[in-house]
Design a protein around this ligand. Sequence first.
Ligand SMILES: O=P(O)(O)OC[C@H]1O[C@H](OP(=O)(O)OP(=O)(O)O)[C@H](O)[C@@H]1O
Ligand SMILES: Nc1nc2[nH]cnc2c(=O)[nH]1
Ligand SMILES: [Mg+2]
Length: 171
Amino acid sequence: MTGGVETQGSQSINYATVTWDQLHRDARFLAAELMRKYRPFRGIVAITRGGLIPAAILGRELGCRLIESVSVASYAGEEGTQQEPKLLKAPEAAGDGEGFLIVDDLVDSGVTARYVREMLPKAVFACLYAKPDGRPYTDHFVTEVPQDTWVLFPWDMAPQFVAPLNRSHKA
Ligand SMILES: O=P(O)(O)OC[C@H]1O[C@H](OP(=O)(O)OP(=O)(O)O)[C@H](O)[C@@H]1O
Ligand SMILES: Nc1nc2[nH]cnc2c(=O)[nH]1
Ligand SMILES: [Mg+2]
């Protein structure tokens, strides 16, 4: 993960950039830990959309071909209230979660993870990155990220031209 800061007006935003390579390494590291700790999973439930790619990598490493999905959208409630999750697609094949692994890319506030865990109380929950507020809602994660840092995933970014230093500074 590479750190960075972007300034917008008087506000600065901290970023943690994750490349495809890093994401793949982290997902394989997570797969190895899950292999050591659990018997083979009956299936994986990917939390769309961010959990889909980690779920595909974990499915490959763990030899798990049954991939279910759950689709949750978070809507901002009234001003000042926590975001409210809304179920767009239920993980029907997963029952109460017994034998299933729930996968997401990250936990931030933990709202999404808590909501999905309530639906699948017997499942194991794993993600790649966790911020402190979300940590209590995941059983496994690879790297902790500060709460004030926004994780930029490879699908959020595109390489772009950057002018050489000697052309970007005006005399
Ligand atoms: O812990 P939380 O505060 O709930 O945040 C974490 C969730 O937020 C992101 O998904 P998002 O809702 O942005 O949708 P997406 O995966 O479809 O991009 C991320 O993929 C997690 O699912
Ligand atoms: N890409 C991205 N999505 C999020 N959703 C909630 N937190 C984050 C984050 O840090 N990065
Ligand atoms: Mg998501």
